[in-house]
Design a protein around this ligand. Sequence first.
Ligand SMILES: [Zn+2]
Length: 359
Amino acid sequence: MRSESSAERRVRPPLAVIRERVPILLLAEHLGLPVVRNRAKCVRSENHAHGDRTPSMSLDPARNSFKCWVCPEVKGSVLDLVMQVKGLSLTEAADYLAVEFNSEIASDTLSITKSAPSSSVKQPVSGQIHIENKPFFDPALRTQILIELLKLTSSPDREALQYLKGRRISAKTASVMKLCSVSDYKAVSDALSAKFSKEQLIESGLFNEKGNLRFYQHKLLFPYYQNGIPVYLQARALDNTIVPKELNLRGAIPCPYNHDQLIRSPIIYLCEGVIDALTVIEHGFPAIAIPGAGSFKNEWLSLFKGKRVYSLLDADIAGKAANERLKALFSTAEIDFSILPIPEGFDINDYFLGKTWKK
Ligand SMILES: [Zn+2]
């Protein structure tokens, strides 16, 4: 075991930036809390009579905070909301928001709270998180580390293939999309440690703060390639009881999943999440994925020039809100963008199995 004496560092957008830039209203809807006139059902609805039928939780867009008028512990920032709804730690909540609201956080122009009085809501203080001025990890080093990692992985093992099969994704698609497994955890961990410093591996997001490879339970890896080069990675737990289901690397997501399809195909299906994209690819359609409904970055727009884009974002509130935003965005760029409505009660599989879909 390696010593843990060296300063441990986390690289992600500073918490203050996350607190300020992720819009509380958008987040509430993203988390499946319908908002009506800046109110939503309390996240501890079991504390309320009638399950909080008349919503008691106020959302304050000016302060970017929330508060239940009944439950004293239900209050705080966007980070607190994620921690309470998803049962995550502060660092996990920050990682979650960094991915799901990547474009909001990366944007210099969008800041709904800058002019508001700075938070009168008490934030949990965390002494152990060191915040870097440089928020994002060096992409060139990340690629070097990823190339090494991918050499050490194997094609999806039996357990991973079983998981994919349960989502109707075949071994052939897994192979074409270069999905892989961390089958020998120790060998992968040791080989990476021999090539890179502990700090580099922690900063890249492959290792946790204790200096251990993070993919012990998250064994199925989805590499993101850009022009044939690995630039990013998501890892998936095969057991659905594990929280979070997915792990992401630190730093900005450089491109949509399956970027290179954008080079090859004039028609593109835009999906939410890698699994959905793989499902669509399985059915023979050219698909790419953004990690979450709110995570499309404006600078990706140019990748879609001259394409015909069909959106298959989820039919939930967050997906619908994202569709509206993307429709406006693509329209200003004069890119053909259509929303394929997935009927209530159908998932993307049903849709592509032809139950409702007409060419
Ligand atoms: Zn409450």
